[in-house]
Write a protein that binds this ligand. Sequence first.
Ligand code: PMP
Ligand code: GLN
Length: 378
Amino acid sequence: IESRLPNVGTTIFTVMSRLAQECGAINLSQGFPDFNAEDVLFERVAHWMRSGHNQYAPMGGVAPLREAIARKVSGLYGTDFDPETEITVTAGATQALFTAVAALVHPGDEVIVFEPVYDSYAPAIELQGGRVVRMQLAAPEYRPDWDAVAAVITPRTRMIMINSPHNPTATVWSSEDMARLAALTRGTGIVIVSDEVYEHIVFDGLRHESCAQYPELAARSVVVSSFGKTYHITGWKVGYVVAPRELMAEFRKVHQFNVFTVNTPVQLALADYMGDASRHERLAAFYQGKRDYFRDALAGSRFELLPSSGTYFQLARYGAISGEADSTFVQRLTRDTGVAAIPVSAFFADGRDERVIRFCFAKNEATLAAACEKLRRV
Ligand code: PMP
Ligand code: GLN
């Protein structure tokens, strides 16, 4: 078979979670909580199932959920999106990102991404015949170099894919970054795909900068979020996209043929659950507590912790422990120490290895305590 993705193997998240399971290791690799969501959410799903809401939802998503999303986005970011034409519920952020790229990128178009980059972006672009243009975020600050971005923009630049709070670096873009992005794309036909799945997980009093809060950016952005991160339900695979009408019309042309629509009772339950805004408002403090706990518990270890300003990830340098490649080191850490992590080289196309690994701290305190106890002995 002539592969459409000759350089793509199995995603690192599958590889490391499988290894963690095989070794009986504590899994701080793939990002997901080890605690449950609230019962009331499950009760709402059961309610909608029992009351007969088990057939196809409208293509864009059920109306109450689209309306709840519109209210949230308007309340947080001050921009009104029309639930009918500008909001679509998706099968997680992954499908949203893939669909946005499929709908908007033509063969030969250039798409700018920032490395280390979430692993689904480049394959999505390449499958459309797009060219991936990689800008570097350099450790330990991982800030974008906007002059360098300006220098790679050409008439073929079709899209810029951004992600703040950023996986895997746990950095958060500033209003200055948003201003530079707006200036760079002003007067161009460039579309921004803004992956904001960690929008509610921002620490130390920082504020999430959404493309939806800057009218100029909102007018040319596809903003993606995920209920998986916000409500501790990554396995439900439900997310959403907000975008201006013309972009959303193109998005839906593809969406209708790659999933058509998303699980009906779950959408209705999420609409009910979103009614209480304190649920997402509490998330930052909740995860900041876990971040602090994890960092404190690793203070006596030989890992050098990088800053974590958002997401539920913590980067760590391990140079004081080993000179191994990061992919070798995490395998050994999983097998010998009993803690699984993600090698950050997996987020670089050329496999660049800066000897940094990623831990997920979306775990119960007992899990974090047990993991840190092992990690302190390395
Ligand atoms: N983008 C980023 C940056 C992510 O971290 C994730 C999930 N880990 C996704 C997209 C995918 O989200 P979902 O599970 O909703 O598909
Ligand atoms: N986004 C999650 C992470 O970064 C993994 C999602 C997946 O496994 N595809 O760990």
